[in-house]
Ligand binder design. Sequence first.
Ligand code: SAH
Length: 441
Amino acid sequence: MLKLTIVSRNSPLALRQVAEVFALLPDVKYRLRTAPSYGDKHKNISLLDTPPPDIFTRELDRILLRRQADAAVHSAKDLPYPLPEGLAVIALLPAGDQRDALVSRNNLPLRKLPRGAVVGTSSPLRRQELLSRRPDLRIVSLRGNIGERLQKVDSGQMAAIVVAVCALRRLGLAGRIAEILPFPTHPLQGHLAVTARADRQNLRKIFQPLDTRRTWGRAALIGAGPGNPLLLTKQADIYLRQADIIFYDDLARNIVRDYAARKIYAGKRKGRQAYPQEILNEKLYQAVKAGYNVARLKGGDPFIFGRGGEELEYLQKRLVDVEIVPGITAASAAAAAARIPLTYRGRASSVALLSGHPAHKIKTPAADTLVYYMAGTTLPEISAKLRRSGLPPRTPAVCVLNASLPAQSIIRTTLKDLKRLKIKDPLILIVGRTAENNAKI
Ligand code: SAH
């Protein structure tokens, strides 16, 4: 008979959480091992400053990695991002109540607390929310297990505290709620998570029935290449064919035409963005949670000036697994179009990919070949900065517009004459010795 060793923190809430998980797996036997986390051992650390991200998991993570336990149960919102190498979330349980509650002396709601009252919270965001409604309050750091926290109110040390509704419910303390607060909470609040070593496939199978992510769709962050459909990778094509929804950028608009999925324009044209990044991130997340296979299609490569990193982080922090499909970046497409080797044995042994926008942030590092993206409105500034950094005025400079597309055009000039050019994005500027004339013969 299989018997697992489960590690948990020692608080009454943590123990309830373990019991709750295993009540759902009646056939699985387990032995409980408790261990105080770093945060349990250092109760003076304020969570309102910048606590270590693994403050509630460090010791338990180590126990798993040392193979002294099979799995750990956590409040999902306590997990550090990213998880330590070698660990994985093997189950994310469906959310309970995700809201926060106010517990106060005499059950007063927030608006009726006395002027200047002391209110405890462990979240800097909650502090902000509290102060935005009641700037007079004195917000202080709140630590300890739920019992110890409630004691701060009962002893008169604090007039009120903010606690997660689900924690109070789990402990049968819902009667202490004076008011449910309307504040947005951590996206994983109210979820329990089971972590284990990433290589424990058998454990994944045992916990899979509990994993709410079973019903989620897949997410892929896909590079579309420079625009010509022939430069799309086969892997990208497969994901795009399997997608239910494609969120696409302006530079990928030629590509999406070929696919049957629902298409949502998420690009930026003439400086106007279809959605602010934060809203787009949330739309991606909600679509995955609703069970759709989501393709996020970006021009070029998703990790080069595409804000792909932000989208990945947003989703991964919410425990969405994201596939990344690299794409041919505009620098490569422009170099191919203009026949400019970005490196060349003996002449150029380093390349820098740079942003030409905004003007005051243009960098001029000491690489042999410099490739500027988003340089459409800043060619004069780039030219001036590079000359000031010591590059000779006759250094070759080549602009490639619409690389790989029918409208492709190439302008070969020098650093000195670059400032006279007036051309429009999308263009790539390549500067360096290898950009001298290699035009087609
Ligand atoms: N992730 C993309 C870059 C996005 S930033 C990539 O890896 O290519 C947008 C910039 O990319 C544009 O301002 C332009 O500088 C460049 N770009 C994208 N496609 C291009 C193309 N077909 N031709 C020239 N430049 C292009």
